[in-house]
Design a protein around this ligand. Structure first.
Ligand SMILES: [Zn+2]
Length: 393
């Protein structure tokens, strides 16, 4: 078989396009640069947030530990020094895992503070859990979330007042089955005012922060999200999965608020997951750019929804959304799913028919092509397993 010069040129161009597209696609996974502490007071600065984190993430702080109580005191002191009146919600909560006989029980101490608006319609709840796993200092999970809220609160106070109240809930006992968030949602009198809940989480030590789950019927929420967020990285996959399998849980505090009918967003970063729930989840390893990214959502969404009438949040069907490149998001209403599926399937069939008609395709060629694809997937997976085992030993 001989290949003509023009075929070679086509192949080189195709390869270049693939390489460039890959580089451009990977670029979106770099979080935004850290804003320095010298930035104007109304900005979110991860450098300022990191100062809190150095104190919060000194040692493991599981539910009921002395370190957990020390961090709670630090939160009360910090919030009081901002001129606010934080309170501690102490209660014992029991959680039953849906459909099972596993119960989780504990006495939690949630730190709750309310930033009053000028003419509140419904309140926005910002949630981060301050407890951590017993095996590491939990800088990312979820010290990073706590300092994201502290820095957001500081920046909000430095700016013009918002219309709606913002309720900050620093939950306890998230690692024990969200019992802190469940206690707030079922017992605290602030909960009746909450219209929208926004939750922050972390599963590694770095990487971009992304919107990984929302409440159902999110069409209107997503319209607003894309107007407000400066570095949007989002995927509708998990939200739709939960729509199909109502038993599937996002595994974070947000589920407690969504279970009680609240609209909501949950964000997380999940790079370097091998740090998750280990001693490596510490302030030396964490990438502050991930906190900057979390903060970009917290502050922009608080300001955006903080000045809207949240009594009028229309139900719109779920949107479909995913990122292609940095700041390039594909986003369309769920009502387009069937028409688009019909269109792409028809195009695919047309290409097959044309391929046979022009004698570029054969049945045996199609079958071996399909098997070659499956084979390459299996081989890639095996290679990754072998290389990973070699790296670990
Ligand atoms: Zn967590």
């Amino acid at each position: 078989m001989s290949i003509r010069a023009s075929d070679w040129q086509k192949r080189v161009v195709l390869l270049l396009v693939i390489v460039l597209a890959t580089v451009a696609a990977l670029d979106q996974f770099t979080p935004p640069n850290v804003v320095p502490s010298s930035a104007p007071p109304g900005d979110f600065s991860a450098e300022r947030a990191m100062e809190h984190l150095k104190i919060i993430a000194r040692e493991p702080r599981p539910l009921g530990s002395q370190a957990n109580a020390d961090v709670r005191d630090y939160l009360i002191d910090t919030l009081s020094s901002m001129g606010l009146s934080p309170e501690i919600q102490t209660t014992t909560d029991v959680q039953r895992w849906p459909g099972s006989d596993i119960f989780q029980v504990g006495t939690v101490h949630n730190v709750v503070v309310r930033l009053p608006g000028t003419e509140s319609t419904r309140a926005i709840l910002l949630d981060a859990h301050y407890d951590g796993s017993a095996v590491g200092p939990a800088a990312s999970d979820c010290g990073s979330c706590v300092v994201t809220l502290l820095e957001t609160l500081r920046a909000l106070k430095a700016g013009p007042p918002l219309k709606n109240d913002i309720i900050f809930v620093f939950t306890d006992g998230e690692e024990n089955g969200d019992i802190g968030a469940a206690a707030f949602a079922s017992e605290h009198h602030f909960m009746k005012d909450v219209g929208l809940a926004i939750n922050f989480e972390a599963l590694g030590s770095r990487g971009p922060a992304q919107l990984y789950v929302t409440s159902q019927k999110n069409g209107w929420l997503m319209d607003q999200f894309f107007k407000a967020a400066p570095y949007p990285l989002a995927s509708s996959f998990f939200t739709d999965l939960m729509g199909f399998f109502p038993g599937a849980r996002p595994g974070c505090d947000l589920e407690e608020y969504m279970d009680r009918g609240r609209a909501g967003f949950a964000f997380l970063y999940a790079g370097d997951t091998s740090a998750y729930h280990t001693m490596r989840d510490n302030v030396e390893v964490i990438d502050p750019r991930s906190i900057q990214h979390q903060g970009s959502y917290a502050l922009s969404l608080a300001r955006h929804f903080g000045n809207m009438d949240l009594n009028a949040m229309p139900d719109k069907p779920n949107a479909v959304f995913f990122n292609v490149f940095r700041n390039v998001t594909v986003y369309y209403s769920g009502s387009w799913i069937i028409p688009l599926a019909v269109f792409t399937s028809s195009m695919f069939m047309l290409i097959i028919v044309l391929g046979f008609y022009r004698k570029h395709l054969t049945v045996s060629g199609l079958i071996s092509g399909a098997f070659a694809f499956l084979f390459s997937v299996v081989i890639t997976m095996l290679l990754v397993i072998v290389v990973w085992q070699a790296v670990r030993t």
